[in-house]
Design a protein around this ligand. Structure first.
Ligand SMILES: Nc1ncnc2c1ncn2[C@@H]1O[C@H](COP(=O)(O)OP(=O)(O)OP(=O)(O)O)[C@@H](O)[C@H]1O
Ligand SMILES: Nc1nc2c(ncn2[C@@H]2O[C@H](COP(=O)(O)O)[C@@H](O)[C@H]2O)c(=O)[nH]1
Length: 219
């Protein structure tokens, strides 16, 4: 699915799909925003959803907000790379922008649930790097959902009651980060991305680079 771009050292490599999942409120959105602000060559995948817009959210930036009929038409037209029903609403990843970013040599960041992660892995296992974010405690998770102040008490209750089920998928992920402190969790997630960008298997320009080095040494 991915094609090559150039790493910061000039060696061509395949783009990667960097996935963050967690129970609601553990901090994916917070960490995603920091990654997009501070890491070059990384583009956020903007999902389509039928969920109502929260105060402060921007259509086309946080999500593309669509009605159920539009979402169903997108599924039917195979416009979504993956999709799932989460908390009674539909969420999905539009295929076009992801493929365009990967073709342009960028990595793509996804804030999606475990169902979507499974679907991406099924399509392109080698190009998916998945990170599961855990909260330090149930009490912290609940506090964070309340402190975000964007969901009703009933929605928060629903999300808390789903948290254990969401978390039961933790072992399907490549990395686990416990989000005690935002700066520390960000540093950990950033280290994972940096290391994964250097993985030999996705650095398709290395053969040519090493051959050129050898030629220099011989000649
Ligand atoms: N380490 C942390 N310590 C304290 N508060 C945090 C921490 N990380 C995130 N938060 C806060 O917790 C709230 C929930 O975070 P965020 O919206 O990033 O979660 P999320 O995993 O994206 O949730 P959802 O799946 O519902 O979108 C926000 O108000 C955020 O500022
Ligand atoms: N499978 C997918 N899951 C998605 C996508 N976009 C978001 N999500 C997940 O939904 C829940 C709820 O999000 P919220 O913004 O309503 O709090 C959360 O776990 C997201 O990661 C998607 O495109 N596909």
């Amino acid at each position: 699915m991915t094609s090559g771009g150039h790493g910061t050292d000039g060696v061509e490599r395949r783009g990667l799909m960097f996935v963050l999942s967690s129970p609601s409120g553990a901090g994916k959105t917070t960490l995603s925003r920091l990654l997009i602000d501070r890491m070059s060559g990384l583009k956020m995948s903007v999902s389509a959803t039928t969920r109502p817009m929260r105060p402060g959210e921007v259509n086309g930036k946080d999500y593309t907000f669509v009605d159920k009929a539009t979402f169903e038409a997108m599924v039917k037209a195979d416009e979504l790379l993956e999709w799932a029903t989460v908390f009674d609403n539909s969420y999905g990843t539009p295929r076009g922008p992801v493929e365009a970013a990967l073709s342009a040599g960028q990595d793509v960041l996804f804030d999606i649930d475990w169902q979507g992660t499974q679907q991406l892995k099924h399509k392109a296992r080698e190009d998916v790097v998945s990170v599961f974010i855990l909260p330090p405690s149930a009490g912290d998770l609940e506090k964070r959902l309340h402190s975000r102040a964007q969901d009703s008490d009933e929605v928060i209750r629903k999300r808390m009651s789903r948290a254990s089920h969401e978390m039961s998928h933790w072992a399907e992920y490549d990395y686990i980060v416990i989000n005690h402190d935002v700066d520390e969790a960000f540093a950990e997630v950033q280290s994972i991305l940096k290391a994964e960008r250097l993985k030999r298997e996705r650095r398709i320009g290395l053969v040519g680079f090493v051959r050129a080095l050898q030629a220099q040494l011989q000649g």
